[in-house]
Design a protein around this ligand. Structure first.
Ligand SMILES: [Zn+2]
Length: 87
C-alpha cells in the first residue's frame, strides 16, 4: 500500500486553494483526484471534502467524454507522470 503514503494529510486541496468551480478542461486541477491510471481517487485517500469531490467527479466524467483524459489506461502505457502525454 505504498500509494497511501502520498495522501497522509487529510485536507481538501481545493478548499485550500479556494477553488469554487472545477473546470473539466483544467487538467492540472483534476489531477489531484486522479490516480496514475486516470481513475478517480476516493475521497478517503485524497482528503477532499464532499462538495469538492462531487465537483471533481462531474468534471472528470466530462473530461472523459471530451477525450481529455482516457477512460482506461493500458498496463504498458502507465508512466510516472500521465499528464506528460496529455495534449
Ligand atoms: Zn473542499
Amino acid at each position: 500500500m505504498a500509494e497511501r503514503r502520498k495522501f497522509k494529510k487529510r485536507f481538501c486541496k481545493y478548499c485550500e486553494q479556494k477553488v469554487e468551480f472545477i473546470d473539466y478542461k483544467d487538467l492540472a486541477g483534476l489531477k489531484f483526484s486522479l490516480s496514475e491510471r486516470f481513475k478517480i481517487m476516493p475521497r478517503r485517500l485524497t482528503g477532499n471534502c464532499k462538495r469538492h469531490q462531487e465537483l471533481v467527479t462531474v468534471a472528470i466524467k466530462r473530461a472523459r467524454q471530451t477525450a481529455l483524459i482516457p477512460y482506461i489506461v493500458d498496463r504498458k502505457n502507465v508512466v510516472e507522470n500521465p499528464f506528460e502525454n496529455v495534449r
